[in-house]
Design a protein around this ligand. Sequence first.
Ligand SMILES: [Zn+2]
Length: 423
Amino acid sequence: MSLKRAVVVICDGLRADMVRPEWTPNLSRLAQYSRSFTKHRSVFPSTTRTTAASIATGCHPARHGLEGNCVALDEGNGLAAVSVGPAGFRERLKKATGQTLRVPTLSERLVNSGGAIVFSNVSPGAAYFHDPDGHGFVFHRSGSFGPGLQKIDVGEHLNVSHDAAGDTEMTTRFCDEVLSQRKPAYALLWQCEPDHTQHAKPLGSPEHLDVIRTADANVGRVADHVERLNDAGEDMLLIVASDHGHETVERTLPLSDLLVEAGLKECAHSTDVVVASNGLSAHIYVSDEARLRLNDIIEFLNKADGIAQVFSGEQLKELGHRTDTPLAISVTTERNNSENSFGIPGLSIAIDDSLLSDNNPGCGQHGGLGSFEQNPFLMIRGGGFVPGSECVNDSSAVDLAPTILRHLGVAGEGMDGCPLARG
Ligand SMILES: [Zn+2]
């Protein structure tokens, strides 16, 4: 019997419309042997950490509990915005709420079925939320961990730079060690590029196109490696995707300050009403004491310059969020399809964030529901997926985990997503 395994490669932030033969020759070649999902979508917010948790669990934030790249937590002194990015966030979340993710990850589901190894070069928070409780292995430059969150020795630790060169070095180790030697049932390689550069340089700029080419070359190496293993008798499913796209930041909006000026929030650091920016969207958390102001806040947001959509109550459920927590409102910003200076369409407004420095006007950002940030690419090769075919039905990041488990022959109940149609 052939050995079934699943391999996922993510090019963080690569827009589907940027998968082009001249920029991504390897992805374009891979598409000929894969099933491409042309209406693939991220989750909301379209942020790396939230999407990582959705890929790991097959669930939307309402069920896995990681609501954004930035969330509000009550750690004993009232609500405050906290970034999910630092390595210590999982412990803070566990201390504040009693748990990390609220549903099992692929690493947990596969603990007795071949195991999981994650190699990630994005933020520590995004890496660790693939397996926050340590069922398998997570390798990351901020610290690599094995089962039981046992720290991995310096010699074996993934000590790579947070850039394209680091992605390339990580890819070499992934092919040699993970795919050829350790052979877990589930192996994930998550490159930081092109997202990392997109936040700092204009979309379509020479620096941006350089890192797209590197990310694409790394995908090509993994795909060739998987093909050789399949030719040697294995039955490996290869999923290559991005987690979200990007839009260009046209300007920023000081939403928290505007709420203070309107008398709807006490002061900049007050705990009554807390704005957690997710780039091109924001969550607004409202304490029990401030709930009487909720309708006034919604009315203000509906009229606010730069805000496109306001979601509250049952509308939050449709976005994939709970309706029974302090997360009371989500907003997206206004956008248009005009081009940036390099001819790349999609301009949007970012919401000011005291915790992040990723809102750079003229450069890329994401987090909302814009057409480009919500159109990541997805292609699947092997496992019975029809080569060279296209699926034009909706698919989502939450569909990856059930698709992987179906290939591995492991039960995948209790997920929001569904296994994707092979053809
Ligand atoms: Zn990302």
